[in-house]
Design a protein around this ligand. Structure first.
Ligand SMILES: Nc1ncnc2c1ncn2[C@@H]1O[C@H](COP(=O)(O)OP(=O)(O)OP(=O)(O)O)[C@@H](O)[C@H]1O
Length: 581
């Protein structure tokens, strides 16, 4: 959390002025009981109306000055806390952008969202309160005590007893409540992530009629949160009755002692009222301070969670490894190189016990089409994800143009590759915005050409605005097939040297899929194409087909060769009717 506070350096002035104005407000507040005492002792006792009016004017002046200081303090505190969180949010967001797929798998998207949203809000609230109250409350407590002693030492002795007792009660309750508040925060996190998961998968849940189970699961978590909140609430609710009992006993004592001292003539009635007011000020400030500490504790817990994100070192840097002939960062023997080559490449996901891919060795020439086929979970996506270095080989290597992918700067490597992921994801914005991701200055002609190859031109025909048609968040105003074709078009813009289609035609009908494959074969430039598919029809015309079985390469060859030599391929082919689509 301490490290986070370095972001306050951009708001030094505000972080000093905020508390300072709050202190000024407190000083003015401390004079109010004295003025009241004067009104009673001089104005009322002697029936001196002008004096009373004058003192009322002073009271109003004190009030207005206090208000002005308070508003100014609020302004600076808000500016500092909002600005601080803005910088912090920017830093965390930028840091998350440097996370590799492995880091994202490990950190978990859902909790990252909670940290970027509710945790940030909590930190902002905590900082705002701390800037305003952290110095003010102790000053008021201390100042009120000093003022009480300057009025009358004997009568003020009640403060010397009451304040420690009040402090013990307040801080004991706080001591018990703080761990409970942390528990509340953890349970709240669970409720939030269940809500998020539920809302993102709401269509699937409805399709499977899982609403009841989900409500039951949610109720369980909600109940757990409520029960810990209730328990915490019950304990913290003791704060007011207990402190008021102490304060009222102190007031009785004060009035009794005051009465005795007033009788002696060494204390005036106004001074007794002033002492009473100081007692109330102290109580209010102690309660505010206790609440402040609770809020700060929650904020520190949230700040630490944010810090943990910043502390996570990205496992992959965007940079390249140093060029050295040993590690394959220098092209070995000049001449013509395969476009992509897997050399005994293995992949073990972080935390996984077994390899997901073992000893993958094959290569392909520029312009070739490579089909990847295999059962579910056989490692097809894992294999193509190693080309753009989404996941790095745990042993062996993957080369592009004869150079190990680990030796490339990530942007240089990824610029060569047009990737279409299994899940078609589009972003809020126009079709044009979405298509320009690989090439910002692409002309409309280039975009339309890519859409034509991706068999996506007909989407424009049915939509108002053509390329300016607005896509809603997650592309929810498009069908699954339309989204897939647009993601293929997006990958084609900028003429990538390598095009990877990871099961990205699954929502297309056979005829459209066939037209897409034909268009890809007729690309007016040389592109090496990887097609991952469960359908033999999608890959049967590929120059090479890699058959995967449980993370291992079962065979490689053309369709006809594999039908003769690879039992697994033949089985897949026959299970799909054994005919071309
Ligand atoms: N991010 C990940 N973290 C850990 N394990 C993973 C991850 N992604 C995939 N795996 C595991 O790696 C293996 C291969 O998965 P992969 O997604 O590559 O298979 P696939 O052949 O593409 O499957 P499908 O056809 O179902 O998409 C599976 O056992 C899977 O559980």
């Amino acid at each position: 959390m301490k490290k986070l506070l370095t972001y306050l350096k951009y708001y030094k002035k505000e972080s000093i002025l905020g508390p300072l104005f709050k202190l000024l407000e407190a000083v003015f507040e401390l004079f109010v009981p004295i003025v009241m005492a004067k009104i009673i002792d001089i104005g009322i006792t002697h029936g001196d109306r002008p004096y009373i009016y004058k003192m009322i004017a002073v009271l109003i002046g004190l009030g207005l000055a206090g208000l002005l200081f308070s508003v100014t303090a609020q302004y600076f505190a808000a500016k500092a806390s909002v600005g601080f969180v803005k910088k912090l949010r920017h830093a965390v967001f930028s840091h998350i952008q440097s996370f590799s797929f492995t880091d994202l798998d490990e950190a978990g998207t859902s909790t990252l969202i909670t940290r970027m949203t509710s945790d940030m809000n909590q930190v902002q609230t905590g900082l705002n309160l701390a800037l305003r109250l952290l110095l003010r409350s102790p000053l008021v407590v201390f100042g009120a005590m000093v003022m009480a002693f300057t009025i009358n030492v004997r009568a003020a002795l009640v403060f010397a007893v009451a304040i420690p007792v009040l402090s013990v009660i307040v801080f004991f309750i706080m001591y018990v409540c703080i761990p409970l508040y942390k528990k509340v925060q953890i349970r709240l996190d669970t409720v939030l992530s269940t809500t998020r998961e539920n809302l993102t998968g709401v269509r699937v849940l409805r399709a499977f009629c899982k609403e009841r189970e989900e409500i039951k699961k949610f109720d369980g978590e909600n109940e757990a949160l409520t029960s810990v909140q209730k328990y915490t609430g019950r304990i913290s609710a003791l704060m007011n009755p207990l402190t008021y009992v102490v304060i009222n006993l102190a007031v009785i004592w004060l009035i009794y002692t005051g009465a005795v001292v007033v009788n002696n003539g060494s204390l005036t009635q106004g001074e007794v009222v002033a002492l009473y007011n100081y007692m109330t000020q102290i109580l209010v400030e102690l309660i505010k301070f206790a609440n402040l500490i609770i809020t700060i504790t929650k904020s520190i817990a949230c700040g630490n969670r944010i810090q943990a994100v910043l502390d996570r070192k990205p496992t992959q840097t965007g940079g390249a490894k140093a060029a050295d002939s040993e590690n394959g960062c220098v092209r070995q023997n000049g001449g013509r190189q395969p476009k992509v080559a897997f050399e005994h490449a293995c992949l073990t996901y972080k935390g996984a016990r077994e390899e997901s891919l073992s000893d993958i060795t094959f290569s392909c020439e520029p312009g070739e089409t490579v089909g990847i086929i295999g059962g579910t979970g056989s490692g097809k996506s894992s294999l193509v994800n190693m080309i753009p270095r989404f996941y790095e080989a745990s042993s062996g290597r993957v080369c592009v143009d004869g150079i190990d992918v680990n030796c490339y700067n990530l942007p240089d490597l990824r610029e060569k590759i047009g990737m279409v992921m299994q899940k078609a994801i589009l972003f809020k914005g126009t079709i044009r915005d979405n298509l320009k991701w690989r090439k910002e200055d692409a002309t409309d002609e280039e975009l339309l050409c890519a859409m034509q190859t991706a068999q996506a031109s007909e989407i424009l025909a049915g939509k108002d605005g053509g390329l300016d048609y607005f896509i809603e968040q997650n592309g929810r105003n498009l069908s699954g097939g339309q989204k897939q074709r647009l993601t293929i078009a997006r990958a084609l813009v900028g003429r990538p040297e390598i095009l990877i289609l990871d099961d990205s035609a699954s929502a297309l009908d056979f005829a459209t899929d066939a037209r897409l494959r034909q268009a890809l074969r007729a690309l007016p430039y040389q592109a090496t194409v990887f097609i991952v598919s469960q359908r033999v029809s999608s890959i049967r015309h590929a120059d090479k087909i890699v058959v995967l079985d449980d993370g291992k390469m079962a065979a490689i060859g053309t369709h006809d060769e594999l039908l003769k030599t690879c039992g697994i391929y033949k089985e897949i082919f026959q299970s799909q009717g054994g005919v071309d689509a």
